[in-house]
Design a protein around this ligand. Structure first.
Ligand code: CAA
Length: 262
């Protein structure tokens, strides 16, 4: 297991913990370890949902500028694939994911948060894509996922200016889903866990299909998206959870089914 990216498990929820003080700058080691951690939790049947957490002070202040500063075009042409791979690996985890953002989520750090399904932030958190101030643009999915989440005009304004967004503004524009007011150091992490708790013991294959239908559907035209939905929907009739869920409804009414995740 990597020292800079750890996987912790507790009560059906896995936590991917970024741990490279002081700012969790995402160097090549962190990027590779994060991709490996995503593969690990993605195939772990005991992990129903996943939190990405950078600790009590910071989420991540971006790709490691000191590592990138002297890279040539030829070097970055090769490395830029890995930059997108680790956020893609996160986005493709086939279970609910949430970023627990206690402080800065900037550049590649914001892009890690964007690759999660949900974002929970402390009141003092600051998010942004400040790459323009370095003479570059976001390279770990930010131009695409930010625009899809908050709309193209807002995304362009944030990327063109590089300015930091407060938690309140992030909530108002849909960049985060919840702002945690408590000053308790672990309050954001606790809120992230509470958000994922309902999925523990849930119908894992239906949750996986729901995530895939929404995410794949956003990449294609409506008719193709509807076809993706139709196939995934029909496929769920091969699962035990569909049988258990419907049988339970017929016998006991709504919301009482016990699911096995198979
Ligand atoms: N890469 C490398 N080192 C970083 C870093 C980064 N992204 N962010 C912070 N650090 C380092 C600082 O250089 C400093 O190191 P030293 O103690 O050795 O000097 C240490 O972390 C603490 O930082 P500050 O002294 O600057 O702390 P601060 O509280 O005054 O400011 C900050 C914090 C606002 C996060 C500021 O450090 C900052 O603006 N960081 C850069 C943010 C940024 O531009 N991110 C985008 C990176 S490019 C990218 O991510 C490309 C992509 O899309 C993949």
């Amino acid at each position: 297991m990597s020292e800079v990216v750890r996987v912790e498990r507790d009560g059906g929820i896995a936590t991917i913990r970024l741990d490279r003080p002081p700012m969790n700058a995402l160097n090549a080691e962190v990027q590779g370890a994060l991709a490996a951690a995503c593969a690990e939790v993605g195939s772990d049947r005991d992990a129903a949902a996943v939190i990405v957490y950078g600790g009590e002070k910071v989420f991540a202040a971006g790709a490691d500028i000191k590592e990138m500063a002297t890279m040539s075009y030829a070097e970055m042409a090769e490395h830029s694939t890995l930059l997108q791979d680790f956020t893609r690996a996160l986005a493709r985890i086939p279970k609910p994911t949430v970023a627990a953002i206690t402080g800065y989520a900037l550049g590649g750090g914001c892009e890690v948060a964007l690759a999660c399904d949900f974002r929970v932030a402390a009141r003092k958190a600051r998010l942004g894509q400040p790459e323009i101030l370095l003479g570059i643009i976001p390279g770990a999915g930010g131009t695409q996922r930010l625009a899809r989440l908050v709309g193209p005009a807002r995304a362009k304004e944030l990327i063109f200016s590089g300015r930091f967004v407060s938690a309140d503004e992030a909530l108002a524009i849909g960049l985060v889903d919840e702002v945690v007011d408590s000053e308790e150091p672990d309050a954001v992490y606790a809120a992230a866990r509470a958000r994922l708790q309902p999925y523990v013991g849930g119908p894992a294959l239906a949750l996986r299909a729901a995530k895939e239908a929404v995410d794949r559907g956003l990449e294609v035209d409506l008719e193709s998206g509807l076809e993706i939905e139709r196939m995934l929907f029909a496929g769920l009739f091969a699962t035990d959870d569909q049988k258990a869920g419907m049988q339970s409804f017929v016998e006991n009414g709504p919301g009482k089914a016990t699911f096995s995740g198979s």
